[in-house]
Design a protein around this ligand. Structure first.
Ligand SMILES: Cc1cc2nc3c(=O)[nH]c(=O)nc-3n(C[C@H](O)[C@H](O)[C@H](O)COP(=O)(O)O)c2cc1C
Length: 511
């Protein structure tokens, strides 16, 4: 289901009873975080929040803030216009079933082809509502159209009616020790200068001043690779950041697609309508015509990197300042009635748990094509995305669990996984208690574990060196004779079906 705007998505959440409107003024400095954190910690992720009167330095912003819009399984499914993310995953898997791939690279090629066939290819149009208000930075002639009338819920006397600059957008300062305000749901568009391939990624943006920001693409991410090429070529790197529009845009931006596969293709497939793109005002990049805000600019390879952070991060800890490129703003364009989308990260569970979980479900069929023995994969909230992975397999030969561990560590962003626990196919990997029971019951720690080394998440504060660390894999499956196990493996205790049925028939569901 395609949404025409972020407001359209918000209205859909409202109709479904998934939205809570906050009518009182709430400060973008810390207060929205406190409100949203309490909501995200509710069972199942709580509701989405629309803060109708966010204040920036005490002044009400003309733009409401929406937060936690993807923060539940239900809302993730709604954003895809589906009953469940599993249903979407099954359809995506079926698209490629006709010709099972023989390798991961081939699986990705097939995925790209399959998405193309579904008319998911983005198309370029000449105009979009994201250009309703255009503010050219650094230009003597500012093209700023008049501000929209304040929506009903706002108190017109307190509205900040200055043209939009980075400093009067309702950008959050999330946590007390944060180094400033951060755009937390930015969709960042870059291009490979050699091939012209586009990338869409989500990398947080720290506001330094009215015209410059940090650009936190971590070294293993695609935009960082693009950036390195611009540095090598000594050319200015065009960058476009957009916010809002269809909720599939931020989802696609976070999805760990392989380098070279256009995220707008995935977004188009998921919303069942190809994404319409418009060219930016001050560079040649293209952004969705129906986005709410677009911040255009560039990175100058001559300019030294600048410290970014600290920032209260996904890990539940602050990430300390590290040098990142500086982004210079050349234009801000937006809808008249734009809604500013935000999220917060911190001690889990947070909204990102549901976003990451949907990605895993969607890509499970592709994992399974390469590793047919994989039954299911779970990334529990405590592991914050990829720190901890539970995987169930149908084991048929010795050492198969180790094959899966190495395979996963070698697959895209699964390289960041610190701990992989492999269990048999009768374990529900989404039930952490069940996995821990098998881990404790089925392992001889020394025999069943393996340590290895690899790249680690830049955000991981526990590794001795940034971005490099070790990994632990544990085989909690039933051991086979070929694995050096000389004893008999005992059966798991289970009541017989006959007795269960009898007790059910006598006592029903009461016992
Ligand atoms: C809310 C949120 C914020 C994120 N912030 C960052 C970030 O600041 N830097 C980063 O490198 N990745 C960040 N990520 C993860 C990337 O978006 C993710 O790894 C994505 O696949 C990167 O795209 P790429 O593979 O095209 O580079 C964030 C993810 C989420 C859900």
């Amino acid at each position: 289901m395609a949404f025409d705007s972020f407001r359209d998505w918000i209205n859909q959440l409202d109709r479904a009873g998934e939205l809570r409107r906050i009518t009182q003024p709430v400060a973008t400095e810390l207060e929205i975080t406190e409100l949203a954190d309490r909501e995200m910690k509710r069972p199942g992720g709580g509701q989405a929040l629309l803060i109708e009167q966010p204040t920036v330095n005490g002044v009400v912003s003309p733009f409401p803030v929406a937060i936690n819009t993807l923060g539940s399984h239900q809302r993730m499914a709604m954003s895809m216009g589906a009953e469940s993310v599993d249903a979407v995953a099954a359809e995506l898997g079926a698209l490629m079933k006709a010709k099972p791939p023989t390798s991961m690279a081939e699986a990705m090629k097939l995925l790209s082809l399959a998405l193309d066939l579904r008319h998911a290819k983005p198309k370029v149009v000449s105009y979009g509502p994201c250009k309703e208000v255009i503010h050219l930075v650094d230009s003597p002639k500012l093209r700023v159209e008049s501000w929209p009338k304040a929506p009903d819920w706002q108190n017109p006397s307190t509205i900040n009616s200055k043209p939009s600059t980075l400093l009067n957008l309702p950008i959050l300062k999330c946590w007390p020790l944060d180094g400033g305000r951060f755009i937390t749901l930015p969709c960042v568009v870059t291009q490979d200068p050699d091939t012209g391939d586009r990338n869409l990624g989500m990398y947080r943006v720290q506001i330094y001043d009215n015209q410059t920001t940090g650009m936190h693409w971590q070294l293993q991410k695609v935009a960082a690779r693009h950036g390195r090429r611009y540095y090598e070529r000594g050319e200015r790197m065009p960058v476009a950041i957009f916010l809002g529009g269809d909720p599939m845009y931020p989802f696609a931006a976070t999805a760990p697609l392989p380098d070279g596969l256009d995220e707008f293709l995935l977004a188009g497939y998921l919303r069942k309508k190809s994404v319409e793109l418009v060219k930016c005002e001050t560079n040649d990049l293209e952004v969705p015509a129906n986005s709410d805000f677009v911040i255009e600019g560039y990175i100058d390879p001559q300019e030294p990197l600048r410290d970014e952070g600290p920032f209260g991060d996904h890990t539940g800890y602050y990430t300390l300042p590290e040098p990142y490129p500086v982004f210079h703003v050349t234009a801000i364009t937006h809808r008249r009635d734009a809604i500013y989308p935000a999220t917060i990260v911190g001690i889990p569970p947070m909204e990102d748990f549901y976003i990451g979980g949907a990605s895993v479900k969607l890509f499970l069929p592709i994992f399974k094509m390469n590793f047919p023995e994989i039954m299911d994969i779970a990334l529990p909230a405590e592991g914050v995305f990829h720190n901890l992975v539970f995987v169930s397999i149908r084991k048929t030969y010795p050492m198969q669990a180790y094959k899966i561990m190495h395979g996963l560590w070698g697959m895209g962003q699964m390289m960041f996984t610190k701990y992989i626990i492999v269990v048999d196919d009768d374990v529900d990997v989404h039930n952490t208690s069940d996995v821990l029971f098998r881990l404790c019951a089925n392992t001889d720690p020394q025999r069943d574990s393996i340590f290895t080394k690899g790249p680690s998440d830049v955000l991981d504060h526990a590794t001795s060196e940034i971005a490099a660390g070790s990994k632990l894999g544990i085989d909690a499956t039933k051991k086979l004779p070929g694995e050096g196990f000389k004893r008999s493996w005992p059966p798991l205790i289970n009541m017989s079906d006959e007795v269960r049925r009898k007790i059910d028939s006598i006592f029903g569901g009461r016992h």
